[in-house]
Design a protein around this ligand. Sequence first.
Ligand SMILES: Cc1cc2nc3c(=O)[nH]c(=O)nc-3n(C[C@H](O)[C@H](O)[C@H](O)COP(=O)(O)OP(=O)(O)OC[C@H]3O[C@@H](n4cnc5c(N)ncnc54)[C@H](O)[C@@H]3O)c2cc1C
Length: 386
Amino acid sequence: MTTYTETEERQELRKAVTALASKYGREYFDGQARSGGKTTELWLDIAQHGFLGVNVPEEYGGGGGGIGDVAAVCEELAAQGCPLLLMVVSPAICGTIISRYGTEEQKRRWLPGICDGTGTMAFAITEPDAGTNTHNITTTARRDGDGWVLNGRKIWISGVDEASNVLVVSRTEDAKTGRLKPCLFVVPTDSPGFEAKAIPMELVSPEKQFQVFIDDVRLPADALVGDEDGGLVQLFAGLNPERILAAAFNLGLARYALDKAVAYAKERQVFSTPIGAHQAIAHPLAQSHIEIEMARLMNQKAAALFDAGDELAAGEAANMAKYAAAEAACDAVDRAIQTHGGNGASQEYGLASLLVATRVGRIAPVSREMILNFVAMHSLGLPKSY
Ligand SMILES: Cc1cc2nc3c(=O)[nH]c(=O)nc-3n(C[C@H](O)[C@H](O)[C@H](O)COP(=O)(O)OP(=O)(O)OC[C@H]3O[C@@H](n4cnc5c(N)ncnc54)[C@H](O)[C@@H]3O)c2cc1C
């Protein structure tokens, strides 16, 4: 029988994460962000409950679940006002790539720390000059005896200050030009020659973005994940999880904003009825509810396809889900602010800061334009436009 509900196990997972995250809530997240604090306590708490590495195989400290599970964790955290961007990066992108392509020794070295929260791994692909066109990245690895020497620049890299390692996408010297043949290196953040500089952002979040400078960073041979020639497939293995988790992150934020707006619309009264009785207020919120549900369904489809091993179909669905979730989140926050009147712009109500947080969802990790390019070309068979 076909079912459109999630398994009981997944629903229980959502409930458990909600219970844990609600103890922290928006006040904690916002408070840490505004005081220059971190969310380490929450991060370790979700790890101790087995939620952080829920998608990683059990033998390496994970929960043995799928990408749909870790997406559910990310979504429920955000829905409680605690959006953790590093969930997208550490367990989902890095956890997936290493679980699939790491050697036995690499899996034993890095996965337990990703799962227990003590060995968070950031992910660095974006470069200042290449931007969206990742085929143009120039971070280069040169062979040096048994090992490698890495040089390059990365930008907008999230959470470098909280990470023990960064999974850096680069190319080898012999494949320095032409179509990208990426290779993925695990670079410890305390490596000599590795530097990270925080980028001042208008995002209210304890999680920061960094410029990364990689100057003659020496790496042992086994810093290379998987093999030198299979890099593109390995990289793609991380991109669907990235999109599914980014969608989940945005959907959680959208739900958070909508919940606040609905509660406020039921309470606030300035004429003879609560403002929620005016269709001008109720309809946009109903619209958001529909848009969120549609995007969630698409994201569940993407996760189910990915977990079933259908990478190609998952790719299309993950792109669509990420697009729909970012749109739903931007609109939900905008409508929640409108519902709150002047309070929508106050710090106390905590909605205005979500404008930037959700707006970023239209840009990163893949922009809405690149998703439209993908759908035009791959789903509709239109000519490549870039
Ligand atoms: C908060 C935040 C966190 C991030 N975290 C990470 C991270 O942890 N690791 C990491 O590697 N990166 C990270 N990024 C980078 C992110 O993935 C990039 O910002 C994104 O891919 C866009 O690249 P860009 O900023 O260089 O924009 P550009 O490539 O300069 O693009 C600018 C605009 O032009 C549009 N455009 C470009 N080419 C085309 C085209 N062919 N057709 C139509 N439109 C086009 C884009 O869609 C965009 O709207 C993060 C970014 C942000 C904002």
